[in-house]
Design a protein around this ligand. Structure first.
Ligand code: NAP
Ligand code: HSE
Length: 431
């Protein structure tokens, strides 16, 4: 009979303080589920004198990691401090000391997940990381448990709240990128270094985790091709809208004939696609399973309490396993060897915006390049400039083409005399 579960926290920032709040305020529900109280024993922070917005006795704070990691009274270590290298060391130490681990750290899990799983397995410990992908949405458990019987074919996700917040405010309110980014930072959505949000790395880490679990195949961060949102312009958003699309930072993981593609890039979706109506800091992951068909998981992707909910739910799972004596048993080794698609196996439509010479024969030259590579036009828009520059703007949406053919077209366009500049190009999905 377990009388009490003791938790050690690494970090007491946005998520950590939410964890303390939920453990305190939902104690009755936790008691009901696990049959004993949960107590926070020690909390590692950088600065014990900092003012905190949680109700914790001062002596519970420490700057010495060993007071958490090697504390014989701590059963479960919750890591919500972020970072990779020393966090890895701390978690390895906690596991070696037979402490179960819950983390919200996608950076860590995307890079060192395999090693940490192995260490957990060796020590009969749990390691759970639901909050690492899509904040408050229970997507990892949805994939691993809810869809355990199905074969996952494709996942498309808005998995970064900061960029979704920025794109929503830019397109709906016409606000400037920098201003909205600052607001997302103040609201606690962005990472300590927001470059990883806006350049797509945060989403790439989450897609590596989703791909690994969804396809039961160990995928590394380097397997994810990444493009962020920092170069998106007002013109791109305007043209998207005029053509019936919404711009989103989309993570795609797809599997065909056993080969997978994982990528993150700004993508145009038809305005009536379910992911197009996911706004602000909300995240959503669309999952296509061979038997189940289409499902979509939707919810808040960042923020104090939504993320803390996922963390504390993982804690409940650890505690249930402790009561049953089955910790460490939920780790399933990947079923498949990694096999990545090459460019000829990746299919999509594309949006291309060009500045071209406004003269006779330009369209014929463009058409020749596209048709030589078997890429056909679905929509075309031409807008002459009024500034007498002799240039016109052309926006093309292609029919579905292989990435190989599309890349070849882009190479040719860059060197075509009539093309002054390729202004932007995006993937178009969801039609
Ligand atoms: P945060 O507000 O910056 O808090 C970090 C906390 O960790 C602070 O309490 C800090 O101490 C402590 N800390 C950092 N480095 C430390 C070190 N070397 N030694 C001791 N203490 C250290 O971060 P957060 O937003 O809560 O994010 C935490 C983790 O959750 C990250 O992995 C993040 O990616 C993930 N996550 C965040 C969200 C979100 O919405 N914010 C959502 C999902 C996942 P001080 O307070 O003394 O400075
Ligand atoms: N910075 C991340 C985001 C936090 O904006 O989605 C949640 O992982």
């Amino acid at each position: 009979m377990i009388e009490k579960i003791s938790v050690g926290l690494l970090g007491l920032g946005t998520v950590g303080s939410g964890v303390v709040q939920i453990i305190e305020e939902h104690q009755d529900k936790l008691m009901h589920q696990i049959g004993c109280p949960v107590e926070i024993m020690k909390v590692l922070v950088r600065d014990t004198s900092k003012k905190r917005d949680v109700n914790l006795a001062e002596e519970k704070l420490t700057t010495n990691p060993d007071e958490v990691l090697s504390n014989p009274e701590v059963d479960v270590v919750i890591e919500v401090m972020g970072g990779v290298e020393h966090t890895r060391e701390y978690i390895l130490k906690a596991l070696k000391n037979k402490k179960h681990v819950v983390t919200a750290n996608k950076d860590l899990m995307a890079i060192h997940g395999r090693e940490l799983h192995e260490e957990a397995y060796k020590n009969n410990c749990d390691i759970f990381y639901e909050a690492s992908v899509a904040g408050g949405i229970p997507i990892l458990r949805g994939l691993v448990e809810g869809l355990a019987s199905d074969r996952i074919m494709k996942m498309m996700g808005i998995v970064n709240g900061t960029t979704n917040y920025i794109l929503t405010k830019m397109s709906q309110e016409g606000r400037a990128y920098e201003e909205v980014l600052q607001e997302a930072q103040q609201l606690g959505y962005a990472e300590a270094d927001p470059t990883s949000d806006v350049e797509g790395l945060d989403a790439a880490r989450k897609m590596a985790i989703l791909g690994t679990l969804g396809f039961s195949m160990h995928l590394d961060l380097e397997d994810v091709s990444v493009k962020g949102i920092s170069n998106i312009t007002e013109e791109d958003l305007d043209y998207s809208e005029r053509l019936g699309y919404t711009m989103k930072l989309i993570g795609i993981a797809s599997k065909t004939n056993g080969n997978v593609e994982v990528s993150v890039q700004p993508t145009l979706l038809p305005v009536d696609h379910p992911l197009a109506s996911v706004h602000d800091v909300y995240n959503a992951v669309y999952v296509y399973g061979e038997a189940v068909g289409e499902t979509m998981f939707y919810g808040p992707g960042a923020g104090k309490l939504p993320t803390a909910t996922a963390v504390v739910s993982d804690l409940v799972n650890v505690m249930k396993n402790m009561r049953l004596g089955v910790n460490g048993s939920s780790i399933i080794k990947p079923q498949f060897e990694k096999r990545l698609k090459d460019a000829s196996e990746i299919y999509s439509k594309y949006f291309i915006r060009l500045h071209v010479k406004d003269e006779a024969g330009v369209f014929a030259e463009l058409t020749t390049v596209f048709s030589n590579h078997n890429v056909s036009f679905e929509k075309i828009l031409q807008v002459p400039f009024e500034d007498k520059s002799g240039l016109a703007e052309i926006v093309i949406v292609t029919h579905t083409a292989s990435k190989q053919n599309y890349d070849d077209v882009m190479q040719k366009l860059m060197h075509l005399d009539v093309v002054y500049q390729v202004k932007s190009n995006y993937r178009v999905e969801g039609e």
